[in-house]
Design a protein around this ligand. Structure first.
Ligand code: ZN
Length: 99
């Protein structure tokens, strides 16, 4: 399997950023896992930034499976903090689930 190609196919588009009151950069991560079944702060998660993307795993779904991951492309300066908000990601289509 071509891992790079499958990651491209599973991309969830750009990560959203906002500025906090002190002018710092905050990256906004989805609060709900990619499968839509868990709240990440409660279920446990891992957010890993590498190769220009932030990959967010849900421990309840199973970390390390691309189908369970949010994969958001990064842009600009590195964010100092992260916050959770589902709203910017509300319109992302659901993952195709193999039957
Ligand atoms: Zn989950």
């Amino acid at each position: 399997m071509d891992v790079a190609a499958s990651y491209d196919r599973l991309s969830d588009g750009p990560a959203r950023y906002r500025a906090n009151g002190l002018g710092g950069r905050v990256v906004v991560l989805p609060a709900t896992c990619r499968r839509g079944t868990h709240q990440l702060p409660a279920a446990g998660f891992r957010a890993l930034a590498s190769d220009g993307a932030i990959v967010v795993d849900c421990f309840a779904c199973g970390a390390g499976e691309p189908v369970n991951q949010w994969r958001l492309s990064m842009s600009g300066a590195i964010a100092e903090r992260a916050e959770f908000d589902d709203q910017p990601y509300a319109n992302r289509p659901a993952r195709p689930v193999k039957q």
